[in-house]
Design a protein around this ligand. Structure first.
Ligand SMILES: [Ca+2]
Ligand SMILES: [Ca+2]
Ligand SMILES: [Ca+2]
Length: 162
């Protein structure tokens, strides 16, 4: 049933649902990106929009109440698991399928955390999060004009030391 390799669209789920019809014609991965980050709905994502959404998201992940903007793997995966569970609860997949999807997705979330945690010290800082965001935005901004548009070719960037 649910065959999306990544359930990243769960982010900003309300606005994503509202825009799903309009955005569906665009290539899948990129339309998800634009749906998630195009806050003013003008069809392109600026780096300012991208940074604002990501900053809000990082704050939402920092759930241990100390508000220091640092996110542990448990916080990161926990925040993701909550969104994933809400999605799975609404899905018509069988219990076995849901369990398999959940296991696979949580594994991927841990992999993503390891990438985000640049110095691998088990503590994701705002600086590390911003660095990974810069790379992610550059990948989506294939023509390098500073905004991400539908149908834009992705750029493959080499992983670089932060
Ligand atoms: Ca926009
Ligand atoms: Ca770190
Ligand atoms: Ca561009």
């Amino acid at each position: 049933m649910i065959k999306q390799p990544l359930l990243i669209a769960g982010l900003a789920a309300a606005s994503a649902l509202a825009l799903a019809g309009a955005a569906r014609a665009a290539p899948h991965g990129q339309s998800d990106f634009i749906r998630d980050y195009d806050s003013n709905n003008d069809g392109v994502v600026t780096s300012a929009e991208f940074d604002a959404v990501r900053t809000t998201r990082l704050k939402g992940m920092d759930t241990d109440g100390d508000g220091d903007g640092r996110v542990s793997e448990a916080e990161y995966v926990g925040e993701y698991a909550a969104r994933l569970d809400a999605k799975l609860a609404a899905s018509t997949a069988s219990a076995e399928e849901k369990a398999a999807i959940r296991e696979g997705q949580l594994k991927q979330a841990k992999v993503r955390y390891a990438v985000l945690d640049g110095d691998k010290n088990g503590d994701l800082t705002t600086a590390e999060f911003a660095a990974s965001g810069k790379r992610a935005f550059a990948e989506q901004d294939g023509d390098g004009d500073g905004v991400v548009k539908a149908g834009e070719p992705k750029r493959v960037t080499k992983p670089t030391a932060p």
